[in-house]
Design a protein around this ligand. Sequence first.
Ligand code: SF4
Length: 284
Amino acid sequence: MGRKSLTNQHNQSGEFFVDTRCIGCGACTYVAPNIFVLYDSKAIVFQQPSHPDSIQDALIALHSCPVFSIGTHTLSTNVTLPCLIDDNVYFCGYNAESSFGASSYLIRRNQGNILVDSPRFDKRLVRILEEMGGLAYIYLTHQDDIADYKKFQKHFNAKVIFHRDDFNSKITQADITLEGEEEYVLDDEVRIIIQRGHTKGHTVLLYKNHFLFSGDHLAYNLNNETLYAFKDYCWFDWPTQLRSLERLNHYTFSHLLPAHGAPYESDANIMKEKLYHYLQGEKK
Ligand code: SF4
């Protein structure tokens, strides 16, 4: 919970505030873009929420802040997370500082729930996950966003899915180890596509040819409504990442759910066009 004594002086005054311990991860600005904005690399409240839905968004942002910088003066902070995005896909919240506030998601399925990238191991989240049927799989897109996956793995006896080329000192093995360039088909709804670039072993998960969980590979820019990739934060190889994105455009998806950045939903053809235009721009 944010500390009133450290309130950022640039907040619009009102019920919600952000304190100066903010690390500028941007998570709150993706969850509640009408309320929070980055100013001088730190989040501030630029517009206080007034409608019940936007108050709910602000509370979800509060519980997504990895360093507990967001607070309210009088409101109860109760909110139910994971919260539904669409179909049976949920946003988890409880983002972890160790993954610089990366978002994680839950796919709820009769065949076994899948956690996509790891949030922090918060007791409130764990209890709700138990009520929702636990976790059968923990799928990790790449080495940066693994956070507390080991605690979730142990608690739920879940199978971890991860690419061998991203093993490091923090993650040395998986239950399902992805290899080489071969895509992995879990069943007729879930396929994991190797998308090297940001890291050598980066992968993305395509669910029902509708939801793409893109990790740090592809994101959406709310300001200019374009798709883009993090060229300045490409740790392995940028030309490789661009080639991966070209291959990705052969797949169909209409929901983009990145680790860092705003979720984006659109017609699948528009999604393809946006990715095509981005890649054409990068070739110039
Ligand atoms: S989620 Fe927290 S740390 Fe991240 S930008 Fe918002 S206030 Fe700052």
